[in-house]
Design a protein around this ligand. Structure first.
Ligand SMILES: O=C(O)[C@H](O)[C@@H](O)[C@H](O)[C@H](O)COP(=O)(O)O
Length: 259
């Protein structure tokens, strides 16, 4: 049974810097223990801010970037050079500045890629990428990601899994196409909650008062259909990294003791 932990930071910038520091430490520990590590990246302002802080970190290159397997939790189904692409934002923020192994960077297809505008084919192809990278000890078609980074929306979405959406009801497939997404761009590819739950660690990172209700609902036992982020749990650990405003509606038990 995984443990849920909540850490609250004074502001969003401190959250991003601290999350980047946590990532360096955790990735180095994993690589020391087992020779490699796997990390699922997220889109969104907080997720990209963490990558930017990681690029600027003096400890950045303690990570052996050549032994890191990189995936995405979701992707906007737009052309590869579209600024809305999570992959493009991640490359500009970090990946183009560190010596990752291109064979170990597993991006989701773009709408001008090999599948054209067929978002279902793009989703199915990514499911095959996950299956190809799963090992026997993963007991299925999805790797047991070491760390899955996720953001969340004010109505409780995570990745591109939205409340009451077809994606949130998916129990079999690991990756699905998302259409008419409430958050633009409207067409996306996303891991499903069962795939996210393959992760050893899930880190939920968010800031801002607009997220406070979703955070409080998810941490007070809300169901995943209405609050999908409530279903984003790690097998070993579920870590919530929040700024004070996003934590503003949590019961005192989660908040740091007042100084
Ligand atoms: O591709 C996406 O849009 C993200 O994966 C999405 O799930 C994001 O993480 C949240 O919407 C939070 O975004 P913000 O951090 O910008 O609020």
């Amino acid at each position: 049974m995984s443990g849920t932990e909540v850490v609250v930071y004074a502001n969003g910038e401190l959250l991003a810097a601290a999350a980047a520091a946590r990532l360096v430490t955790r990735l180095v520990d994993l690589q020391t223990a087992k020779g490699s590590a796997s990390l699922v990246l997220t889109g969104g302002g907080t997720g990209i801010a963490v990558l930017e802080q990681l690029r600027r970190s003096p400890a950045r290159d303690a990570v052996d970037w050549s032994r890191l397997d990189l995936y995405w939790g979701d992707e906007r189904f737009v052309p590869a050079d579209d600024d809305e692409r999570n992959e493009k934002q991640a490359r500009e923020a970090l990946l183009d500045h560190v010596p990752v192994d291109p064979k170990r960077v597993h991006a989701m297809a773009a709408s001008d890629g090999e599948f054209g505008d067929d978002v279902d084919a793009a989703a199915a192809a990514y499911a095959r990428v996950l299956a190809d990278n799963a090992r026997p000890e993963d007991h299925g078609d999805v790797p047991s990601f070491d760390i899955c980074l996720l953001g969340l929306g004010g109505e409780g979405h995570t990745a591109s899994v939205f409340p009451e959406s077809p994606a949130v009801y998916e129990t079999e497939r690991s990756v699905v196409a998302v259409r008419n997404c409430p958050k633009p761009p409207p067409t996306r590819v996303s891991l499903t909650l069962p795939a996210i739950r393959q992760s050893h660690d899930v880190w939920l990172m968010t800031t801002g008062e607009a997220k406070a209700d979703a955070v409080a609902l998810a941490l007070s036992g809300a169901g995943e259909v209405q609050v999908p982020v409530a279903g984003a749990r790690g097998r070993r650990r579920t870590l919530w990294l929040l700024d004070r405003t996003a934590a503003g509606k949590l019961s005192k038990v989660y908040l740091p003791p007042t100084a």
